[in-house]
Design a binder for this molecule. Structure first.
Ligand code: SF4
Ligand code: MG
Length: 313
């Protein structure tokens, strides 16, 4: 609720920060149990920071973050520890999050060691079961991460995240680094796991074409603001913010009979250090009017569940 996060940059002579990157600006949304909530936008739009705020890896400057009925943003690390296992992250670069000196078996076992009181035999049984669930097998258990392809490494990362039976998985660009042919396989795996493990996903991506299959609702972020948020069908059938329209125009459509014009965005992206007074998208928007430069558009519900922050509405 109304979450804002800045990072200090630059220093005065006295060593105090004199500039701030405004990474996340007054952002509010809900993620419902069992859904996939996708956050989409260009790099630097604040989507990863938002994921890290929810996961308690970062603290907001202001606003509130609630998880499963508890306010977590003011909790200490000790207070949040019991909740840690309920929120797991999957990252873009699976190799970077897997210790290269650990065998797959030990990597997947590690969260069980930290978070459970299982015996070694119980842990190993669980590890081998999970490897199979994510499409690997016991014969992979003794190998090291470098012996695997990108897609297999991401499967190891997913197995690791699942060990502690999380409620929420925050997947930050989980397939962006993979070959296109492998992307669909990993998406399908995540999709299947959602049902069998009763998972809720926050899915972060820069690409609207990637999230169509997996999303229930989508938030579009720009310059640290949510500019549009709606159930998936409304985003794809009735994109209403000019930025969403531009993002969507870049998504290839399989049906050659459907004509679509690619919207090329011109103009500079403002600096997140000096946020514009008015609409954050004004420098690139072809509908920009005088009001847009003066006043920030408030989020308005243009149809049930469909929220847009733009002076056109
Ligand atoms: Fe464009 Fe104005 Fe809407 Fe911003 S508020 S997206 S500048 S029309
Ligand atoms: Mg990112």
């Amino acid at each position: 609720k109304n979450v804002t996060k800045t990072f200090p940059v630059g220093k005065t002579l006295l060593g105090k920060p004199d500039k701030f990157v405004h990474a996340v600006n007054n952002v509010s949304f809900d993620i419902y149990k069992g859904e996939t909530f996708s956050v989409v936008g260009e790099s630097g739009c604040g989507k990863s920071t938002t994921g890290r705020l929810i996961n308690h890896l970062l603290m907001p400057d202001s606003g509130e973050i609630w998880f499963d009925g508890q306010r977590i943003d003011q909790m200490t690390q000790a207070q949040v520890r019991p909740l840690r296992k309920e929120m797991q992250m999957i990252f873009q670069d699976p190799a970077g999050s897997l210790n290269p000196r650990m065998r797959v078996e030990d990597l997947v076992e590690e969260p069980l060691l930290i978070h459970t009181k299982m015996t070694k035999a119980e842990r190993m049984k669980e590890v081998h079961k999970l490897l199979e669930i994510v499409g690997l097998s016991a014969k992979h258990a003794q190998r090291f991460p470098h012996e695997f392809s990108g897609g297999q490494k991401q499967r190891i990362g997913i197995a690791r995240a699942l060990t502690v039976k999380p409620k929420l998985i925050i997947a930050d660009e989980p397939i962006s680094a993979l070959d296109v042919s492998i992307q669909a396989q990993v998406l399908n795996l995540l999709h299947d796991l959602q049902k069998s493990f009763d998972l809720t996903y926050m899915f972060i991506s820069h690409d609207l074409s990637v999230v169509e299959m997996i999303s229930d609702r989508i938030a579009v972020m720009y310059l640290g603001f949510i500019v549009e948020m709606a159930p998936k069908e409304m985003i794809y059938n009735n994109p209403s913010h000019p930025y969403t329209q531009a993002l969507l125009s870049a998504v290839p459509i399989p049906d050659p009979g459907r004509k679509k014009e690619r919207i090329i965005l011109e103009g500079d992206i403002p600096s997140t250090v000096n946020l514009p007074e008015g609409c954050p998208f004004a420098t690139r928007c072809k509908y920009c009017k005088p009001e847009c430069l003066k006043t920030k558009p408030e989020a308005k519900e243009i149809e049930p569940g469909h929220v847009v922050a733009c002076h056109l509405y």
